[in-house]
Design a protein around this ligand. Structure first.
Ligand code: CP
Length: 305
């Protein structure tokens, strides 16, 4: 059956992920070649409904939809009727009544995009829900890796940082695992949830074990806004004992450096690593535009299955 929505990578097959990545690679090549005029969504409309802050995801979804020719409406939750107590379902029904083609949502509650998708006729795309999934971030990470290495299968990808609060880590674990990569994870015990080994993660007991011989090293942001209690003594101590530095990267001198952003400079990664020659953090941003164009196109065509 063709998918109406993109809610997460947990439910996607390897074939579906490859379909998105293949089209994403075509779009990225075209964007790099200067193409800015794609007509696949001409006459369609997309609403961007973000209940949490965002720079990269919001902007790249907007750009992706506009490059494809769609009309785009940004709803600022801070000035919408959400502030008067309107529920997510009622907001969804209202937008659906305007016959929009896409609702792109970010929400602090895990499962909110699914609830919306069950309510509306429009295609729903998850731009990040709580600590659950951020599928297009993982897709753009995979696109960046596939473009550089020419493959995903057999790659060793080390993910370090605030894994407990990270939807990016979970979507990458599901996606990379389905495509045959080894996903290593390391975090302070207070920032490592139970059970990810059952999803295929290799849980490491030190950052050195995670990084040694890795093809790619992904740092995750310390999500101070989701932490009620301190999970480590100070940011300085986090950087010293858990951060990714030039020194520790000697264990994987050719590893690509990824980070979903925004980065806490000097905490999860040193500035030298962020700006170093192996860093692909800026390239990830263009991958994000391309992969989001691919998702919107495939959902519109009804060929994501
Ligand atoms: N990677 C990511 O989700 O960044 P934003 O919060 O800026 O969208």
């Amino acid at each position: 059956m063709n998918r109406k929505d993109l809610l997460g990578l947990f439910d996607l097959s390897a074939e579906e992920i490859w379909k998105i990545l293949s089209l994403g690679l075509e779009y990225k090549a075209a964007l790099k070649g200067g193409e800015k005029n794609f007509g696949q969504l001409r006459g369609k409309s997309a609403v961007i409904l973000f209940y949490e802050n965002s720079t990269r995801t919001r902007t790249s979804f907007e750009l992706a939809a506009k490059l494809l020719g769609a009309h785009v409406i940004n709803i600022s939750v801070a000035t919408s009727s959400v502030q008067k107590g309107e529920t997510l379902i009622d907001t969804g029904k209202t937008l659906d009544a305007m016959l929009h083609d896409f609702l792109i949502i970010r929400h602090p509650m895990g499962g909110a995009p699914k609830l919306l998708a069950e309510t509306v006729k429009a295609h729903v795309v998850n731009g990040g829900d709580g600590m659950t999934e951020h599928p297009t971030q993982a897709l753009l990470d995979m696109l960046t890796l596939r473009e550089h290495f020419g493959r995903i299968e057999g790659l060793k990808v080390a993910i370090l940082g605030d894994i407990r609060h990270s939807r990016v880590a979970k979507s990458n674990l599901y996606g990379l695992g389905k495509l045959g990569a080894e996903v290593r994870m390391f975090a302070p015990k207070t920032l490592m949830p139970e059970g990810l080994e059952r999803e295929g993660a290799v849980i490491c007991s030190s950052r050195e074990e995670a990084i040694a011989g890795a093809d790619a090293v992904m740092g995750l942001r310390i999500q101070l806004e989701r932490q009620k209690a301190g999970n480590f003594p100070s940011l300085g101590e986090y950087a010293k004992y858990y951060g990714i530095s030039e020194e520790v990267l000697r264990l994987a001198p050719n590893a690509l450096i990824l980070h979903p952003g925004p980065v806490n400079r000097g905490v999860e990664l040193t500035s030298g690593v962020i700006d170093g020659e192996n860093s692909r953090i800026e390239d990830q941003v263009l991958s994000g535009v391309a992969v989001r164009m691919a998702v919107l196109t495939l959902l519109d065509r009804g060929t994501l299955s």
